[in-house]
Design a protein around this ligand. Structure first.
Ligand SMILES: [Mg+2]
Length: 221
């Protein structure tokens, strides 16, 4: 897929786009269940709970920490858990999640190609800055000159327009000069297009029309 000739900056989503979030989350929840003496095979239930609580955060209804607390209480079936206690329990999941971060094989070559093409490269993610920076570094994806734009710090998550506009400002480019690449239709495509950016939908393993199945399909310059 060819980029517009006006492209000056590329923004990548992180989870599901550069790093295999599902692999790490599945390892985390399996280990957590063993630790807590719960039955295994609960990945789908966890994934469903994660998506529901995370979208409440993305809709501006709860804080980033609030969605962690909510996920923990619901998954463990313990609505009475105090906030600190829930976050402490969640730490076990997070530790295993962190140990299992791995980059998709097409991620590093894509970032290198974007930088070699002279483009500004930003990471636009709804995750928290410290964790997402660590994720990029520990998977070997962080490159000198890239800009980490974590929406928790920007103050508005994708797909709220302020998330993209705040990022464009940080990169010093207009919407017309920026291309967003990511696996979420809502957050990385629809939201980005709404503010005037070009967007490329990454549908790993899929073959939907208008999407790419791998970052390798992007043509640089
Ligand atoms: Mg994603």
């Amino acid at each position: 897929m060819q980029l517009p000739a006006t492209t000056a900056a590329v923004l990548y989503d992180l989870d599901g786009t550069l790093v295999d979030h599902d692999h790490a989350a599945r390892a985390g929840v399996d280990a957590w269940c063993r630790e807590l003496g719960m039955s295994g095979g609960q990945w789908e239930r966890w994934s469903d709970i994660e998506q529901r609580w995370f979208s409440r955060f993305e809709n501006g209804r709860i804080s980033h920490l609030g969605q962690r607390i909510g996920r923990c209480r619901e998954f463990l079936g313990r609505p009475e858990l105090g906030e600190a206690e829930a976050l402490e329990l969640y730490e076990f999941y997070l530790a295993v999640y962190r140990e299992n971060w791995r980059a998709f094989p097409d991620a590093a070559p894509s970032l290198d190609n974007a930088l070699a093409a002279g483009l500004k490269v930003g990471i636009l993610t709804n995750g928290a800055q410290v964790m997402q920076q660590a994720k990029m570094e520990s998977t070997g994806l962080w490159r000198e000159g890239m800009v980490m734009c974590a929406t928790v710090e920007i103050g508005a998550p994708k797909p709220q327009p302020e998330a993209y506009l705040g990022t464009l400002e940080r990169l010093g480019v207009t919407a017309e000069e920026a291309v967003m690449i990511g696996d979420s239709w809502l957050n990385d495509v629809a939201g980005a297009r709404q503010v005037g950016m070009t967007a490329i939908h990454l549908d790993r393993g899929g073959d939907s029309a208008g999407s790419i199945g791998s970052l390798d399909e992007i043509v640089w310059g």
